[in-house]
Design a protein around this ligand. Structure first.
Ligand code: NAP
Length: 329
């Protein structure tokens, strides 16, 4: 798989810049081994499932292997810097937050269900990860909540260096008979909150002369093709917007002559609580979503985030499209 190939490539010391990891190799391997041992003793922090119908998390040995892979060269320059991860209370966001804390970053994880993030923060701490997770309660459908969060980050931690726009949802409101409120729920979080967080993160970088920041949008394969499933047509439109917003952002960042990078990651089916929110009236249908193929795990997406962040600053990944091998569409 490509991330492994990249790990091999990146692990060679590189002349002329400080992104190579040879200095920290031994220390990182020790930290990864300690973290993997801790994970073996505890349930995965990504396992913030509210339904036993969702397939189980990665096995401890699989997670341990991933942790070793993720303690990687290229992430050195991010150590102690601040990443905002939206939607960190479960699924992909929790996996991304954990992976970043494991790489030594200070992570502000936000969502409405802040208790889940507090649990994850405690787990990261007892696992001995070098970074910290700071839980923040925020309803992203409310602009004032978002602005308060950014001003709290500014006053308590200086500002945001990495913004991972992950929070998102789908409601089964079709184009012919769906409710306007369902459309608004999707639009407010998937498109508007992502855009507000992007703007605020950029302003935070600009006011501190941060020229190497990164904004990563968790998009979807639904941002690239329209499935013949009426329940997800509006959702798909919000994700097409994310495709356009990411490329538009890349262009504006170039016009502004910064080296801040813009990336989106577009997964296919990932085992999370997502389908249970989409089909909240029909849990069996939700469970079936994850049963017909071997889905991606949240950790797979987290690994892609780490890869994107770990590339040399001259490299800008525009989009990573990643489907489960068995997924047809
Ligand atoms: N699962 C998949 O198959 C899949 C595939 C492709 C792309 N994606 C994308 O991946 C991202 C993460 O989804 P997931 O699969 O991890 O789903 P998930 O398990 O349902 O997690 C969604 C996250 O978004 C947060 N969120 C939703 N509405 C929010 C609001 N108003 N304010 C604050 N936070 C809010 C949730 O937190 P609270 O509810 O606690 O607020 C939760 O942390 C989404 O953008 C989704 O579109 C998912």
């Amino acid at each position: 798989m490509w991330p492994i190939a990249e790990v091999r490539m990146e692990s060679r010391p590189q002349a002329g810049h400080t992104e190579g990891g040879s200095r920290r190799g031994t220390q990182d391997r020790a930290a990864a081994a300690a973290a993997a041992a801790a994970v073996r003793e505890r349930p995965s922090p990504c396992d913030l499932r509210r339904s036993s119908a969702i397939p189980g998390p990665s096995s401890p040995s699989e997670v341990g292997g991933r942790l070793r892979t993720m303690a990687r060269a290229g992430m050195e320059r991010w150590r102690d810097r601040l990443a905002l991860v939206t939607g960190a209370s479960g699924g992909i966001g929790a996996a991304v937050a954990r992976a970043l804390v494991q790489q030594g970053l200070k992570v502000v994880g936000c969502a409405r269900t802040v208790g889940n993030i507090e649990e994850l923060a405690a787990e990261c701490k007892s696992a001995g990860y070098p970074g910290t997770l700071i839980p923040y309660r925020c309803d992203l459908s409310n602009e004032e909540d978002i602005l308060s969060m950014f001003s709290a980050v500014r006053s308590q931690h200086s500002g945001v260096d990495i913004c991972i726009n992950n929070a998102g949802l789908a409601r089964p409101d079709t184009l012919l008979s769906g409710s306007t409120s369902g459309w608004k729920d999707m639009f407010n979080v998937n498109v508007l909150a992502l855009s507000i967080c992007t703007r605020e993160a950029y302003q935070s970088m600009k006011e501190r002369n941060v020229d190497d920041g990164h904004i990563i949008n968790i998009n979807s394969m639904s941002g690239h093709r329209v499935l013949p499933q009426s329940a997800v047509h509006f959702y798909s439109a919000t994700k097409y917007a994310v495709t356009a917003l990411t490329e538009g952002l890349r262009q504006e960042l170039r016009e502004a002559q910064t080296h801040i990078r813009a990336t989106c990651i577009s997964p296919g089916l990932v085992e999370t609580h997502f389908a249970f929110k989409l089909h909240d009236q029909d849990p069996e249908k939700a469970a079936a979503t994850y049963e017909h193929i071997k889905c991606l795990k949240p950790e797979d997406v987290a690994e892609a985030v780490i890869y994107v962040l770990s590339t040399p600053q001259r490299v800008q990944i525009g989009d990573i499209q990643m489907r489960p091998t068995e997924q047809v569409s």
